[in-house]
Write a protein that binds this ligand. Structure first.
Ligand code: ADP
Ligand code: MG
Length: 630
């Protein structure tokens, strides 16, 4: 029943979680509730059935003053901050009923206030449950080997390069690489998908995941809040404390309702001279369904998503996501696996294929681009020796790389880059280049194109269902890519996207997003974060794929820990549901309050009935939000 800002509410709960006396305060709460309930029942029966007042009215007064202590305390606090909330109106109601010598009524109101406060707290706790579970599953201790002896240490004393031993059934305490052994690892804590992967020496493992079988030794790379899991927890916690615009609206609405109730009660008294009607007016109006239901709905969705490997960085993005009408998707790494492989090397003139690959690899070895990885992987695979990395390369986003070898320039990238660098094409090569339906990387050395590398990336076919789900929700999907038109079209056909923009430079992608936003669309941009950061930031909602990369985690508003586009449709659905729930709470509360106040004004309600309506409606709206937890 706290009409106070519901976010403070959440952080208060958090504090309680970390304090050991939480159980005790909970016990006090319940005891108080039960005692006040018993007195309320007894004095109700005594007053209305047997018309005995003594000594029940004295017991009632004492019960109200003692049992209502939390309400009075909260009222004084609110008034001191110039806030009017539910506690204030309930305190007014309690005091007024005492003054009107309606003792049984005042105990009953006190009981109802305490009851709904308890229910609200319970619901909010339930809503946070997934988040609390996430926090709790962060490993606290680790078995470490130092100087030949093993010891179980607090996670905070573990440092990079420490060797951590993880037995089967244990949770992995750090991010690091396996140095000895192999195991089946379940990364559900991070990806939300309960799947076991075999991991061997040299593989990376992440804190929070579980070693389901096998014994491994890990060289620690990151500890605590630096780990991927630590970052997720931090994001989720921060998300909880960020206030969504709709929360401000609901808090304001709650305040209006309370102010209205108090004002209208005064008016009722002036017009009808009936203090009981006036009291009923104050009592009947409830605002907590609004004030508590909103953050509860948002937290429920965020917790539910986090469990499935989707980190939403704040209620504001649940709200934005519920209105999204356009989803813009970057091709590489999003619609495709982003893990391309070299399928063909073509050499022109008297260059050998090895030379073409060697030049390309030289330029690409400092690049993180998927195409670069494909090329360097191929070079390693074929055992091509690269001279020492003394030369540096520069990256032209959306175009390619430029480097130098033996005083000659190496240019590796697309046609645009070749034109920009005035590279010559050998005779006949243009025809070969334009006939390809693969991603093409052109390689030039000493001002002349010496060959090209065809690279192909596998399309994620699960994207197809995601696109069709989005379409069913009447959300428009658009694909953007820097890759060539043919490849773009081929991928689009496979996943079912109709609108394609290809051969774009990063700032052209940005322009398209800006244009859509300017036209009033609510745009979600999905990218892998590697070079999409500006576009992610400019969209209403930036969705980062590839949760493993820091860029995606930092730049995105919503992070998909698994690269499954289906989750976007899921989040959109959940968000719409949350928004609808919140709106139902808004309109429901306003209607019931309006109706109740009207009936009370006309003298159809007594304070008991009014209190009943108040609590019932509140319960309904809180439960309405709580439905989303499941
Ligand atoms: P996408 O939209 O597919 O994410 P990018 O904007 O990263 O693509 O790149 C667009 C195009 O620029 C690529 O298709 C490729 O032709 C070229 N390119 C970008 N980076 C590189 C690189 N490191 N090596 C070669 N070509 C590159
Ligand atoms: Mg990209």
């Amino acid at each position: 029943m706290q009409g106070k800002s519901s976010n403070e509410n959440l952080s208060e709960h958090r504090k309680e979680d970390s304090e050991p006396e939480q159980k005790e305060s909970n016990a006090i709460e319940i005891t108080r509730l039960v005692l006040v309930g018993i007195v309320a029942t007894l004095s109700g029966i005594a007053t209305y059935e047997y018309h005995i007042l003594f000594p029940f009215d004295y017991v009632a007064i004492i019960t109200v003053l003692l049992g209502g202590y939390p309400v009075f305390k909260e009222t004084i606090l609110s008034l001191r901050h110039g806030r009017i909330n539910m506690e204030v109106s309930m305190a007014v109601a309690i005091v007024a009923s005492l003054l009107l010598r309606q003792f049984a009524v005042s105990v009953l109101i006190t009981f109802f206030v305490l009851l709904s406060e308890y229910i609200e707290e319970y619901a909010v706790d339930k809503g946070r449950q997934t988040i609390v579970l996430l926090e709790k599953s962060a490993p606290k201790r680790a078995l470490v080997r130092r100087n030949g002896s093993e010891a179980e240490l607090d996670i905070r004393s573990i440092q990079p390069n420490d060797i951590v031993i993880v037995r089967d059934g244990d949770r992995i305490p750090v991010d690091g690489t396996i140095v000895v052994g192999s195991a089946f690892i379940n990364q559900a804590a991070i990806t939300g998908e309960s799947q076991r992967f075999e991991k061997n020496a040299g593989d990376m493992v992440y804190a929070g995941s579980i070693n389901e079988s096998g014994l491994i030794e890990i060289r620690t790379e990151k500890v605590g809040s630096e780990t991927l899991f630590g970052k997720i927890i931090k994001l989720v916690e921060e998300a909880e404390n960020k206030r969504a615009p709709v929360q401000k609206i609901s808090d304001r609405l709650a305040t209006y309702l309370v102010e209205f109730a108090i004002g209208f009660a005064a008016l009722t008294f002036l017009l009808t001279q009936n203090s009981i009607s006036a009291l009923s007016v104050v009592v009947v109006a409830g605002a907590c369904g609004v004030a508590a239901g909103t953050p509860l709905a948002l937290v429920a969705i965020m917790g539910k998503s986090a469990k499935k490997g989707v980190i939403i960085k704040g209620g504001a993005y649940v709200e934005e996501m519920s209105r999204v009408d356009t989803v813009v998707i970057d091709k590489t790494g999003t619609l495709t696996f982003g893990d391309p492989v070299v399928t063909e090397i073509t050499n022109f003139g008297d260059n050998t294929k090895e030379n073409v690959l060697k030049y390309a690899a030289l330029a690409e070895r400092h690049s993180n681009h998927p195409l670069a990885r494909a090329i360097t992987n191929k070079a390693t695979e074929l055992g091509i020796n690269l001279p020492d990395a003394s030369t540096s390369s520069s990256y032209l986003p959306g175009k390619g790389m430029i480097s130098e070898q033996d005083g000659e320039e190496i240019v590796v990238g697309n046609n645009l880059l070749m034109i920009e660098k005035s590279v010559r094409f050998p005779k006949g090569s243009e025809r070969i280049v334009s006939g390809k339906e693969k991603s093409i990387v052109l390689v030039a050395y000493g001002g002349q194109v010496c060959g090209m590398i065809s690279v192909s990336d596998v399309v994620r076919l699960e994207s197809k269902r995601a696109i069709s789900d989005l379409k069913k929700m009447r959300i428009r999907t658009i694909m953007l890519t820097g890759d060539n038109e043919r490849v773009a079209q081929a991928v689009a056909n496979q996943v079912g996207i109709e609108e394609v923009h290809a051969e774009l430079l990063p700032d052209q992608k940005l322009l398209i997003i800006e244009d859509l936003v300017a036209k009033g669309h609510k745009v979600a941009m999905v990218g892998d974060g590697i070079n999409d950061a500006p576009a992610l930031a400019r969209a209403n909602v930036g969705i980062g794929m590839g949760g493993g990369t820091d860029v995606a985690i930092e730049e995105a508003d919503i992070v998909l820990m698994t690269n499954d586009l289906q989750k976007i449709a899921d989040v959109a659905k959940l968000s719409k549901k949350a928004y609808r729930t919140i709106m139902v709470n808004f309109f429901g509360t306003v209607s019931i309050d309006g109706l109740g106040v009207g009936l009370a004004f006309l003298g159809f309600l007594n304070p008991l009935l009014a209190a009943g309506i108040h609590v019932t409606s509140e319960l309904i709206f809180i439960l309405n939000s709580a439905r989303l937890i499941r």
